[in-house]
Design a protein around this ligand. Sequence first.
Ligand code: SF4
Ligand code: SF4
Length: 312
Amino acid sequence: MRAETVRRIAHECGFELAGVASCDPPEDFARYQDWVASGMAGEMRYLTDRRAEMRRDARNLLPNARSVICVGKLYNTPDPPREEGHARISRYAWGKDYHVTMRAALERMSARLLEIERFDWKICVDTAPLLERSFARLAGLGWIGKNTCLINEPLGSWFFLGEILTSLDLEPTSPPPDRCGSCTRCIEACPTDALVPDGSGWTLDARRCISYLTIELRGPIPEDLRAGMGEHVFGCDICQDVCPWNARAPVTQDPDFAGAPIPLVELARLSAEDFHRRFGSSAIARAKHAGLLRNVAVVTSNMAGPGGQNHH
Ligand code: SF4
Ligand code: SF4
């Protein structure tokens, strides 16, 4: 099969970005290992336990893999109107859980490809132990910015990534150049200084990142980072919002990704049952009921004014 055919079918299946990488182990693995060893992954065990080693080689997931088909789905929906007292929620979590929608679209795409030729395959979305951003870069989808996101020129960085590992030997796409240049906007805008130098560039100290603190961390949020959380109750998009490559990024009207503003008081009153009913099929479920209430308490305190954040 030709890589061009794969890209065309990916576009027909709704993916704005598509490309192919060889399944040879990405050089980035050593950097990833250093990052894990430095402790910057915090308590995200799925990144640091035995699954870390699995990321060395995609063939740990599909032994006869030859190529990685990488796709990106734009989720840059219009901002819902923001009013005082509304919770700030990361854009990726506004709509339905993207793991479900991405997997369904990748399954449709695999079925289309299998009509052309038989092959072995495995679908990966986000949680699979695969260096998905590295493969996406190698497949030509974009470069990895100083904010650690994959950025495409001209489409920006509001993308969900997914992969089909395949036994097909497809011609790889070539990676684009890094276009961050001398820009440092994301580093300066990060309220908790979570983007840090790592010797060969910039990396994310997840332990300081609002996304990690509000979604992955269990237990109390370290006091010195509470004020930096501002109004963020789930995730943080600041380092993408300020990126000049997103200024003219296209907007999708896909209703699956659209959001509606949620008043903070409404979240504060959710019982465990309400939480599961309301967010059970959303990415917000990952924060758990206790985590979301913890975040709402910190944000409420932050909004109460200076000094308020110290009283939790
Ligand atoms: S998501 Fe927010 S806290 Fe995390 S690195 Fe980006 S700006 Fe900083
Ligand atoms: S804000 Fe600037 S430095 Fe940061 S990712 Fe975007 S272009 Fe790169």
